[in-house]
Design a protein around this ligand. Structure first.
Ligand code: B12
Length: 210
C-alpha cells in the first residue's frame, strides 16, 4: 500500500479524525482513485470490527474510529458520486417509537456506511408510518430497527405488522437489534435478521445481500 494510504489506514484504525481528513485530501490531490481511497477506509473499519470481536477494542474505540471514517467520507463522498461508484446496498435505520437511545444505532449506521452501504438514518422515536414513508421514498434493501427498552421492543413487531398492512414488507429485509433483543425474539416477530453488535450487523447485511 502507498505511504499516504497506509497512513490513512492507521488514522482510521486509531480514530485520528484530523489525520484521516488530511490523508484523504492528500490521496485525492495526488490522483489516487476515490474507489481505492474508499477501499482503504473500509478495510481499516473491517479491522476495527475484527478487533472489537476479539475483545481488543471496546465501544469507545469503535466509535472514534467510526467518526474518523465519517470525517474522511465527508471529503470522499462528492468524489465517489462523480466516479459513479455504486453502494453495496441501501439501508433505512431508526430507533423504534417511544425509544430515544441512539448510540448503538448510530454505531451500526457508521459501521454499515464504513462497509460501503448507503444509509438513511431516520433518528429516534420512529413511528411505523415514518418507516413506511421512508421505504416508499428510498426503496431500500434493508430496514434496520433498534430498541433498547423492554417497553419499546414490541414496537418492532408492530412496525413489521404495519409494513405488511402497507404492502411493503416483502420489498425489504428487516434487521433488528439492541441490548434486549435476541435471535429468538427476532424469529418471533418474523424479522429477517438479528445481530448482537455493529460489526456482526455488517457481516449479516453483506450475507443477506448475497
Ligand atoms: C446511554 C443510556 C441512556 C441515554 C441514551 C442516550 C442516547 N443518545 O442514546 C439516556 C440517558 C437518554 C437514557 C434514557 C433512558 N433509559 Co437508558 N440507558 C443507557 C445505557 C446506559 C447505555 C445504552 C448504550 O448506549 N449502550 C452502548 C451501545 C453501543 O450499545 P447498544 O445500544 O446495545 O447497541 C449495540 C447492539 O445492541 C447492537 N444494535 C443496536 N441497535 C441495533 C440495530 C440493529 C438493526 C442491529 C442488527 C444491531 C443493533 O449494535 C450496537 C453496537 O454494537 C443503557 C444501559 C446498558 N448497559 O445498555 C441504559 C438502559 C437501556 N436505559 C434504561 C432506561 C430504563 C432508560 C429510561 C427509561 C430511564 C428513565 N427512567 O427515564 C430512559 C428512556 C428514554 C427513552 N424514552 O428512550 C434501561 C432499560 C431497562 C429495560 N429493561 O428496558 C437500561 C438497560 C439501564 C438499566 N440497566 O436500567 N438511557
Amino acid at each position: 500500500m502507498q505511504g499516504d494510504l497506509q497512513e490513512l489506514y492507521i488514522a482510521i484504525l486509531e480514530g485520528q479524525r484530523d489525520e484521516a481528513k488530511e490523508c484523504v485530501e492528500t490521496a485525492l490531490r495526488e490522483g489516487v482513485p476515490p474507489g481505492e481511497v474508499l477501499d482503504v477506509m473500509v478495510n481499516a473499519m473491517g479491522e476495527v470490527g475484527q478487533l472489537f470481536e476479539e475483545g481488543e477494542y471496546f465501544v469507545p474505540e469503535m466509535l472514534i474510529a467510526a467518526r474518523a471514517m465519517k470525517t474522511g467520507m465527508e471529503i470522499l463522498k462528492p468524489e465517489l458520486v462523480g466516479a459513479d461508484i455504486q453502494p453495496v446496498g441501501k439501508i433505512i435505520a431508526g430507533t423504534v417509537k417511544g425509544d430515544l437511545h441512539d448510540i448503538g444505532k448510530n454505531l451500526v449506521c457508521m459501521m454499515l456506511e464504513g462497509a460501503g452501504f448507503y444509509v438513511v438514518d431516520l433518528g429516534t422515536d420512529v413511528s411505523p408510518e415514518a418507516f413506511i414513508a421512508a421505504i416508499e421514498e428510498h426503496e431500500p434493501d434493508f430496514v434496520a430497527m433498534s430498541a433498547l427498552l423492554t417497553t419499546t421492543m414490541p414496537n418492532m413487531g408492530t412496525t413489521i405488522e404495519a409494513l405488511k398492512a402497507a404492502g411493503v414488507r416483502d420489498s425489504v429485509k428487516v434487521l433488528v437489534g439492541g441490548a434486549p433483543i435476541t435471535q429468538r425474539y427476532a424469529d418471533k416477530i418474523e424479522a429477517d435478521g438479528y445481530a448482537p453488535d455493529a460489526s456482526q450487523t455488517v457481516k449479516l447485511a453483506k450475507a443477506l445481500m448475497g
